[in-house]
Design a protein. Structure first.
Length: 152
């Protein structure tokens, strides 16, 4: 069952190159290097909005925060977002992630195929959460905050 992130609704950072595994699995992700001093939500999968600071374009997203335990190649926590509605590459761009709800814990899957099946379910759940009243309210807040930053 989805619940809200632990008090953290917004995170900003720059999109950096990752390992490239998401693209190979059919879920290309934007890897976000959070701004220094940022509070990052606990490892989990979340639904959220992605605001591209350079353009103000907003994308629907499923956000994964964790160490990619299925691949066991690092203990470093990564912030990755799969945008449901674009395959654009955002390398070097600044983005804002607006968390709507927590979908599930980050877990180690038995195989990459099991991970892909779970990711498909996560995206469906994320879409429903983004379309909810809470999702729409957070989108409104994200857009208002973005407008403030460009009008300053």
């Amino acid at each position: 069952m989805a619940d809200t992130p632990t008090g953290i609704v917004h995170l900003t950072g720059a999109v950096v190159h990752g390992a490239g595994r998401g693209r190979g699995l059919g879920f290309p992700t934007a890897n976000v290097a959070a701004d220094p001093g940022s509070r990052i939500p606990p490892p989990a999968v979340y639904s959220g909005w992605v605001v591209r600071h350079s353009t103000g374009v907003v994308h629907r997203g499923t956000i994964s925060i964790g160490s990619n335990p299925t691949f066991c190649d690092t203990t470093e926590v990564h912030v990755e977002v799969y945008c449901h509605d674009t395959a654009d590459e955002f390398y070097g761009e600044r983005v804002g992630l607006w968390f709507v709800a927590r979908i599930r814990d980050t877990v180690k899957f038995a195989s990459p195929d099991d991970l892909v099946r779970a990711a498909r379910r996560d995206v469906l759940r994320s879409e429903a959460l983004l379309a909810s009243g809470r999702g729409r309210r957070i989108l409104t807040g994200a857009l208002a905050a973005y407008r403030k930053t460009v009008s300053v």
